[in-house]
Write a protein that binds this ligand. Structure first.
Ligand code: PLP
Length: 388
């Protein structure tokens, strides 16, 4: 049986896949089973931060695999400890809990908020507020946190204790907080799955001021926006925010499963022994991979991400058929005249892999994509977006 046939027969049908089997790649170029080459403008949905089969990443992973591939969290391992220190140094946060995915990183954030609030404000204070149009994961609790009703329909009853309000609507937020039962507000600075929609900076500031003044935790979901994608280490830095909790995953380990929940001084000791755990959390191979990513996210490198984002905006900004461009750094959403799915299909035909997010074409290339490939990809995207 071919891979297509095997997959269709045996893999649960949760993904609507394109009829393409990717077999190899280098950097931002990937090849399918028929030998056709593509420029990868999706990087596995913001995962392969330094592209496919990156030499430095491979060396870091290989070295650790030969040393020890896994050890239980009953013992210390250096990559995990060093990565936690590096993340804290780069953010000013105080401690890190490691897991394996974005959903788990958010689950941890939610547990921290619930325990912190129960201990500091009383057990009735348990509500977590999120934004309408947000996306926080597929576990039942992160699905409950997700503020898009269509994700909820088939999975009732949801985990209680969540409510959402429209981004930008401070009055709605204040109303929801009036009874004193709100423990935390969880936001994305750019709603990725929601259509690459950035928060309004004035609203972000008002929200941050309000949560601080009312002793409500501010938690930022940096699963998609994090680890250099926005042109800063984390997207909240573009907004001048100081979150109490940050969750991240995707690009952190550049292609191995890893989630991280960063805890500020205020909440760093909420968890004590036995409160939370994960068999694979902080796995030394994943942590070594993450070290090879995060050590390269220097200010100079991040300035390059911003420059490439601007270049891409320049190359696409005046294209017939592209109405507007949203996003930050190398996380861009194109509002196109043609349906986004048609544009993505035409790009694929012509050797460029793009994504969609709601009604937008979404671009999430590797952070080190060469300018020359960005220019080539932009040409293909411009042609695909042009109305017939
Ligand atoms: N949070 C955000 C903002 C995301 O974009 C995603 C995934 O797209 C998640 C959480 C869930 O991450 P994962 O699929 O790794 O569980």
């Amino acid at each position: 049986m071919t891979t297509f046939e095997l997959d269709q027969a045996y893999v649960a049908s949760t993904y609507k896949r394109f009829p393409v089997e990717i077999v190899s790649g280098k950097g931002s170029l990937v090849k399918d089973s028929a030998g056709k080459e593509y420029i990868d403008m999706g990087s596995g949905i913001a995962v392969t931060s330094f592209g496919v089969a990156d030499d430095e990443w491979i060396a870091a992973v290989e070295k650790q695999i030969h040393a020890v591939q896994h050890m239980s969290n009953l013992y210390y391992t250096a990559p995990c400890a060093e990565l936690a220190r590096l993340l804290c140094e780069k953010t000013g946060m105080s401690k890190v809990f490691f897991s394996n995915s974005g959903a788990e990183a958010n689950e941890c954030a939610i547990k921290v908020a619930r325990k912190w609030a129960a201990e500091h404000k009383g057990p009735a204070c348990s509500t977590i507020l999120t934004l309408q149009n947000s996306f926080h994961g597929r576990t039942l609790t992160t699905l409950s946190a997700t503020g898009q009703d269509h994700y909820h329909e088939l999975y009732q009853p949801l985990t209680p204790g969540f409510a959402s309000f429209p981004a930008g609507d401070m009055d709605a937020l204040k109303k929801l907080c009036a009874d004193g039962t709100v423990a935390a507000v969880l936001i994305e600075c750019v709603q990725g799955e929601g259509g690459v929609v950035p928060l309004d900076p004035a609203f972000a500031k008002e929200l941050a001021d309000f949560t601080r003044e009312n002793d409500i935790l501010l938690m930022v979901d940096e699963v998609q926006t994090g680890n250099g994608r926005s042109g800063r280490m984390y997207a909240y830095m573009n907004y001048g925010l100081q979150p109490d909790v940050v969750s991240t995953a995707k690009g952190l380990a550049g292609g191995l499963p890893m989630g991280a929940t960063l805890l500020s001084e205020k909440v760093k000791d909420v968890f004590t022994f036995g409160d939370h755990g994960s068999t694979f959390g902080g796995n030394p191979v994943a942590a070594s991979a993450a070290l090879s990513v995060v050590t390269r996210l220097t200010d100079d490198f991040l300035a390059g991400v911003t420059r490439k984002g601007e270049l891409l905006r320049d190359l696409l900004g005046n294209a017939p058929g592209i109405e507007s461009i949203s996003g930050l750094g190398l996380m861009l959403g194109l509002k196109t005249v043609r349906p986004a799915a048609e544009v993505v299909a035409a790009c694929m035909q012509n050797g460029v892999l793009c994504l969609t997010a709601k009604d937008k074409v979404r671009l999430l290339p590797a952070l080190n994509i060469p300018e020359e490939l960005l220019r080539k990809a932009a040409e293909v995207i411009r042609a695909a977006a042009a109305p017939a």
